[in-house]
Design a protein around this ligand. Structure first.
Ligand SMILES: *Cc1c(COP(=O)(O)O)cnc(C)c1O
Length: 492
């Protein structure tokens, strides 16, 4: 490509406002990929997630990033340097900092261009909001009860919450909610509300639930029962029933996935409710939190999708704001029933507000960004985006399978699961998220056919090198996505 693409999908030439910055961009783009760090005993690659990661493909140890706890790497950091006494007169420091930031910006443009693995919609333009950056907007406390801090954006926050209340069918005077810092905070909140309503409840979650659900169980010291999944990634309700019946004496708090992280599988909410009822759990003995971080805002626009609505016996729903919606900072939305929130709330004199949120200070900018996009796109706009994502995801799956590559795409999903590429550098270049032998691409509104074609071409090229003799074979994905979707040498 001759001209650099901006995060908003426009070419540099189209975006006159930043043209000056971008003039020198194309010339240096190619050197901006940071070097790959390969494990070695002296400089292990670390990750903030912790844990240990080892990958075996066809019995062969792969060069992978090793995650070593307690040994952080500092080699790539940008050091903070103390100002010299004459900095102010020479302006050297300012110039240095400006050049660091300019280089960083180029990296962001390049990395945005090659992003496919995480479910973030990188297509947005919030130019209209830049002047708000000068304010310390903080919605600390309850969205509905103004605190004494006046630089807030509650009017935007409540407007956004009302929009979601309409989407998930709950009356304005019957819900409570807030704009969170991310999908994880929504899960942490939904599960704590469940526990406050049913203090001795057991938490049930499918094995393929997001790690934040199991983190919540640890944080709150809740008994947690993992439920098996089907090959699609959906909760296995037969196993769920068995486990419910084995714990009949205690109430149930259930995390239902509206799109799992890895396979984009949607748990069957109606079947979950039916399983509870058939196992003798009356509505006052269970609490359902719907983790809609990924598809919470896509599902309503997919025909045939089971409906997430407060007309069903659910307790809360959460969604991430920076995923499908697209937002430059992590954020999310959490909605629950007003009747539940009283079990959790404390009045705080210092705030002159109620404390029912997980965090204290809350990002007051995020609600304005969400408000802006909801206003601009509306239901119709999101519907169009969803249709585009599903269409492009089908295109990707089709092309992969045509090329004899194992791939799966769940019916209600835009997450395409396929064989993990052999080359870690390739994985890193396209920022693919991997688990075991699986990799996935989450098709978001900014993922165009052209970008998918670029990716597919590079993948085919790579594969012809990785698998050019019989010694190395593509990985088997039968256990992950089923025999029918696996095209490994054994199953094709
Ligand atoms: C991404 C995700 C989360 C966590 O959301 P964050 O905004 O990253 O905290 C929770 N659940 C599912 C299913 C997700 O995909």
């Amino acid at each position: 490509m001759s001209s650099a693409q901006l995060p908003n999908g426009k070419s540099v030439m189209e975006n006159t406002q930043v043209l000056r910055d971008e003039d020198y961009l194309t010339a240096v783009l190619s050197e901006q990929l940071p070097p790959v760090m390969v494990e070695s005993s002296s400089a292990p690659m670390t990750s903030s997630e912790g844990g240990h990661c080892e990958v075996k493909v066809n019995g062969e140890e792969k060069k992978t990033r090793e995650i070593v706890l307690g040994r952080n790497v500092h080699t790539t950091c940008l050091a903070v340097t103390e100002p010299e006494t004459d900095d102010e007169s020479t302006g050297d420091k300012e110039a240095d900092m400006a050049s660091v930031l300019a280089r960083y910006r180029i990296t962001l443009v390049e990395r945005t261009k090659h992003h496919l693995g995480y479910p973030y919609n990188l297509d947005f333009d919030y130019g209209a909001l830049t002047r708000l950056q000068h304010f310390s907007i903080n919605n600390l406390g309850d969205p509905f009860i103004e605190s004494n801090y006046g630089v807030h954006s509650r009017q935007f926050e409540v407007g956004v919450l009302d929009w979601f209340a309409r989407l998930w069918e709950i009356e304005k005077n019957e819900y409570w909610g807030y704009i969170t810092n991310c999908g994880t905070e929504g899960n942490l909140h939904g599960i704590i509300v469940g526990r406050e309503v049913l203090p001795d409840g057991i938490l049930y979650a499918s094995r393929e639930s997001h790690y934040s659900v199991f983190k919540a169980a640890r944080m709150y010291r809740m008994e947690c029962v993992k439920v098996d999944t089907l090959v699609t990634g959906e909760i296995d309700c037969a196993d769920f029933k068995t486990k419910l019946l084995a714990n009949k004496e205690k109430p149930a708090i259930i995390n239902v996935n509206i799109g799992t992280t890895v396979k984009g599988a949607v748990d069957d909410l109606d079947l979950v409710i039916q399983s509870l009822e058939e196992s003798g759990f009356s509505h006052d003995r269970f609490y359902i939190h719907c983790d809609g971080a990924l598809f919470g805002l896509m599902m309503p626009f997919v025909k045939r999708a089971p409906k997430v609505t407060f007309k069903k016996p659910i307790g809360s729903v959460s969604v991430s704001g920076h995923k499908f919606v697209g937002c430059p900072m992590p954020c999310g939305v959490q909605l629950t029933r007003l009747e539940h929130i009283n079990a959790l709330s404390r009045n705080v004199e210092y705030l002159a507000s109620r404390d029912a949120t997980i965090m204290g200070s809350r990002n007051g900018h995020a609600p304005i960004f969400l408000w802006y996009t909801l206003n601009r796109k509306g239901y119709k706009g999101f519907q169009k985006d969803v249709q585009k994502c599903l269409r492009n995801a089908h295109y990707l799956k089709g092309r992969l399978r045509q090329a004899g590559i194992s791939a799966m795409l769940n019916e209600l999903s835009s997450t395409v699961v396929f064989e993990r590429p052999q080359d870690e550098e390739f994985v890193r270049r396209w920022q693919l998220a991997c688990e075991g032998n699986m990799a996935h691409v989450v098709v978001m509104p900014n993922v165009t056919i052209e970008k998918l074609d670029d990716f597919l071409n590079e993948l085919m090229e790579g594969r012809s090198l990785w698998y050019n003799d019989d010694k190395v074979q593509p990985p088997c994905l039968a256990a992950d996505i089923g025999n029918g979707n696996c095209f490994c040498p054994l199953h094709k």
